[in-house]
Design a protein around this ligand. Sequence first.
Ligand code: PMP
Ligand code: GLN
Length: 381
Amino acid sequence: LNRSLRGFGSTIFAEMSALAVKTGAINLGQGFPDTDGPESVREAAVKALRDGRGNQYPPGPGVPELRTAITEHQQRFYGLTFDPDTEVLVTAGATEAIAASMLALLEPGDEVIAFEPFYDSYAASIAMAGATRVPLTLRAPDFRPDLDALRDAITPRTRLLLLNSPHNPTGMVLTRDEVTAIAALAVEHDLLVVTDEVYEHVVFDGEHVPLISLPGMRDRTVSISSSGKTFSFTGWKVGWVTASASLVAAVRTAKQYLTYVSAGPFQYAVAEALRLPGSYFAGFRDDLRGKRDLLSDGLAAAGFEVHRPQGTYFVTTDITPLGEKDGPAFCLGLPERCGVVAVPNAVFYDDPDAGRTLVRFAFCKRHDVLEEAASRLRRLA
Ligand code: PMP
Ligand code: GLN
């Protein structure tokens, strides 16, 4: 293993999902839904396969139908206009979009400021690009970013901000004021911004404000999203980038030599998904809101301190009231103690002590599964 990847080993999600399989515990660790997305979208994938659409290499930037649907989505939800030919790139999930962005936009020695705790691929992608990550720690209880600390973290070597809102794992959603302030800093210091917006449709309190919609940001922001979360098809790995033509061209160059193109038939299906009526998106969010409340209440009843999320399908808890001090050890023992798997937030920090007592539970699961998990967790109380 080369030096840039040393220490990255296997991801916490693979580890904890393997533990769930081994112990038969309810898996509230890795974030994937236990119910597939809409039937009509599945049918569209089957139809594409049968009709021979996308069974051979699709175009590098993505099939035109999907690129157009992505631009229509950006227009419908945010009033943003993109050219489907030059300002959209389809990727193998948001994960590839993040990695390709880092490889395309960073020079060795550049600094990248990212919220900590961070989704685990950020650190690895920054490292693969030979750059240095500079964490901006989000702190309990509400995990709001400290904008003065952000300003202080910017140095002459800072090249870009890698932002995630709604934020995994804390569930924090940036407010319009915060997004505005961050955009002003980016303009002032001439920074690029890469925004991971995969949970854009999972906001319970507040609203999702794409950074690229702010003044001065249109040509310096790479906006990333994915069908995995919004349509509950995490296995399809269809993500995308929307940005200016020159930024898309840069990311496309890197993507070209990572995967060349993304799998074809699913792209046609995701194009259909993006055109679902507003009621789909609202229903998806409202269903998850009920699940958030169900699991948050269950965790509180079991004695956890609960940081109820504003968005995403994760709830972060503190295990201190249970007399526990060490999240990683707690999560390793949890399947044995009560048949539930969770993820220790400590793995998402550079300094694991910063998140030592925090533990994340995913609630993108059926009601009966969440109820059973809540009742098992009450054994801890
Ligand atoms: N970013 C965040 C914040 C995520 O939680 C995930 C989820 N798994 C991803 C990116 C990756 O998305 P995809 O599965 O589309 O690669
Ligand atoms: N994003 C999901 C999570 O945070 C899982 C993604 C993955 O397994 N890489 O749980």
